[in-house]
Design a protein around this ligand. Structure first.
Ligand SMILES: NC(=O)c1ccc[n+]([C@@H]2O[C@H](COP(=O)([O-])OP(=O)(O)OC[C@H]3O[C@@H](n4cnc5c(N)ncnc54)[C@H](OP(=O)(O)O)[C@@H]3O)[C@@H](O)[C@H]2O)c1
Length: 256
């Protein structure tokens, strides 16, 4: 079994350093003693949509944040917004679907948060859009959906849950979807990946739930986000949930 230390290669450390030079402020551990520290929360997909709203909500509640997304500029905007409001946030630009990047994310979390108290697997991909029937879905598109929605979160949980197990304390949240349990036509790559994520979640919870690591599965419902617009461009946005409202529920779940 890989340990956290074994997984951190030189390339990962270089990537992490590059981000910290441009993107990091005072280490949270410099400002607070270990007893007084607020929860360290790692959110994938933290730059927009539900992840951004959750970051803002958790920052308001005093959490220290590391946000991950691929688009560095958009990520920097969200981090700056949180800091301007007095929150404690850092950003790390990375692709959760890339194996080496996941190791770098864990390294960045160790440096910026110290201990990860809460890990939120929120980043997700629909797979190819416009959405299409399975017969028209390339194998590579299915592989990519599985890499981002399933394998990346699995790798990251393996890296983060080890230290949580040693402390016998921690929360891992999976953002799921009703597409995991309903066979919606044209949602094949996404639905199959979310179903796999759901089942992984249940097994993680069965294996580690008694060891002090709490696993949370959270279905946000239909929200007014870029992902929803990509999937269903003609949907009425006023009929969809606001990410800020959903974020309050998810924040309650992970911090309780
Ligand atoms: N919106 C809905 O109606 C709905 C319904 C049910 C479930 N969900 C689930 O809720 C979660 C959030 O969805 P959302 O609607 O807020 O999505 P969104 O608005 O599209 O935001 C997705 C976030 O994930 C990041 N991301 C996407 N691919 C990534 C990758 N490969 N590596 C790292 N970051 C990545 C995006 O930034 P970059 O693009 O810069 O990487 C962005 O920050 C997803 O898991 C989704 O499946 C959404």
């Amino acid at each position: 079994m890989l340990t956290f230390g074994q997984c951190i290669g030189n390339r990962d450390i270089e990537m992490a350093d590059a981000v910290y030079e441009t993107d990091m402020r005072t280490s949270p551990t410099e400002a607070r003693g270990p007893e007084a520290r607020s929860p360290g929360v790692l959110i994938t997909g933290g730059s927009r949509g539900l992840g951004r709203a959750l970051a803002i909500e958790l920052a308001r509640r005093g959490a220290r944040l590391l946000l991950v997304a691929r688009d560095a500029a958009r990520l920097a905007e969200t981090v700056a917004e949180i800091r301007t409001a007095g929150g404690n946030a850092h950003g790390f630009a990375a692709d959760i679907g890339d194996k080496q990047s996941v190791h770098a994310i864990a390294a960045a979390a160790a440096t910026s948060l110290g201990e990860v108290d809460v890990l939120v697997h929120n980043a997700g991909t629909l797979g190819p859009v416009p959405l299409r029937a399975l017969i028209d879905t390339d194998c590579e598109d299915l592989e990519r959906a599985l890499a981002v929605n399933v394998v990346g979160p699995f790798r990251l949980t393996k890296l983060v849950a080890g230290p949580m197990l040693l402390r016998r304390r921690g929360v891992v949240a999976h953002v799921t979807s009703d597409a995991a349990s309903n066979a919606y036509p044209d949602w094949g790559a996404y639905g199959a990946s979310k179903a796999t994520l759901d089942h992984l979640h249940r097994i993680w919870a069965a294996e580690l739930g008694g060891e002090g690591v709490r696993f949370v599965a959270f279905d946000p419902g239909e929200m007014d986000t870029a992902m929803h617009r990509d999937a269903l461009p003609d949907a009425d946005p006023t009929a969809l949930r606001r990410p800020a409202d959903v974020a309050i529920e998810l924040a309650d779940e992970v911090l309780r």
